[in-house]
Design a binder for this molecule. Structure first.
Ligand code: GLA
Length: 360
């Protein structure tokens, strides 16, 4: 068995090497091939990563792409009467040329919204009617433009509160419209594209208290006939959490609702969760041996659970391509290097990668 594994690793290194020498013949096996019988493997990309070496990883290892930022409300709809399609169009072209699916992210989110969205010419909050109409226009325009190209949308992102005593996040959408901005957003999306798979997407879904609220939100929407098709579990996890049991409990709970489940933003931080702060001058942010070992184990655990649930999970998307760049380099600690992905800063597969692909 050990011999076979060594051979396979050798083969893999060889094929990855071949691939980088001859970039037009993309015959080397990648994550997407090892997981063909399980679920679609996806990755979040940025305009920069479509141009640098990350693009070879994307081509070789993934079958689906998500825009890390460029389809969010602010970047794509900077002014009321003008959309900025350029980068999203480039992503769609990139995906089409390589036969990749595109997950749309995100139609309605409290963050990265354009400044004009909630206020009138005098800077005062708009009425509920005006905000609903802006939301409808935004969703209709974006979804219609990419109707033939985007197969699934994160329609509403992060609308549930982290506060145990509160159900909804106290966002501008919630303050001005009330809780029905959520079902309305799904209706606008469905009207614009009856074929797209529509997701509610959030973080800390494994947290039992927050999970219960998300479950309740989706259950209520389903009962009321709101067109929601799935739950997006972001999965910004770490080498310390969550356990296999908690991941399994989460999947089982949403399976109850008979909806699609996707892991939409997977990364495994090498640090414990902490409040937001700046990196301290004397702080060392090397990828230590202990972090490396714990990360291999955590990726192994996570993918064991995912594989076991292949009939319930339809997609797993990593949040960024490689450790060269991750949003976690600046969150929650600004300027502290993180190493959360399966490919290193030089775009090479890490040991955790081999753990994820050699599961037999
Ligand atoms: C959330 C959002 C993503 C992204 C990450 C950080 O998870 O859904 O779009 O902003 O935070 O990169």
């Amino acid at each position: 068995m050990k011999k076979i594994k060594t051979c396979l690793i050798g083969f893999c290194i060889l094929t990855i090497g071949c691939h980088s020498r001859n970039q037009n013949t993309n015959t080397a096996l990648g994550l997407k091939d090892y997981y063909k019988e399980f679920f679609t493997m996806g990755v979040a990309v940025s305009p920069r990563s479509l141009k640098d070496s990350s693009k070879f990883i994307t081509e070789q290892h993934f079958r689906s792409v998500t825009a890390e930022n460029i389809m969010k409300m602010g970047p794509i709809h900077p002014k009321e009467d003008s959309f900025s399609w350029r980068y999203a169009d480039e992503l769609i072209d990139f995906a089409k040329e390589r036969n990749l699916k595109v997950r749309g992210h995100a139609l309605c989110w409290h963050n990265q919204t354009p400044e004009w969205f909630f206020v009138d010419d005098e800077g005062k909050d708009v009425s509920r009617e005006v905000l609903l109409s802006r939301l409808e226009t935004h969703i209709t325009e974006v979804v219609t433009r990419y109707k033939d190209d985007v197969y699934a949308w994160d329609v509403v992102n992060e609308a549930i509160s982290d506060d145990e005593n509160e159900f909804y996040r106290n966002s501008k959408f919630y303050q001005i419209i009330g809780e029905d901005f959520i079902p309305k957003a799904f209706e606008y999306a469905r009207n614009a594209d009856p074929e797209a798979i529509l997701f509610y997407n959030d973080y800390s879904v494994v947290n039992p208290i927050k999970r219960k609220k998300i479950y309740e939100l989706i259950r209520k929407m389903k009962t009321n006939g709101v067109p929601i098709d799935g739950i997006g579990i972001q999965a910004h996890w770490s080498i310390y959490q969550p356990t296999a049991t908690i991941i399994q409990e989460t999947i089982d709970q949403f399976e109850n609702l008979n909806i699609d489940i996707q892991i939409t933003e997977l990364d495994v931080s090498v640090y414990e969760n902490s409040p937001r702060r700046e990196k301290r001058e004397d702080e060392i942010d090397d990828f230590t041996d202990q972090m490396r070992k714990m990360q291999i184990e955590k990726y192994d655990t996570i993918f064991q659970v995912f594989r076991k649930n292949k009939d319930k999970i339809s997609g797993v998307t990593f949040w960024n391509v490689s450790d060269k760049y991750s949003w976690l380099d600046n969150f929650p600690v600004k300027g502290r290097k993180n190493y959360p992905l399966l490919f290193d800063e030089k775009f090479q597969p890490k040991e955790a990668y081999y753990k994820v692909i050699f599961f037999n």
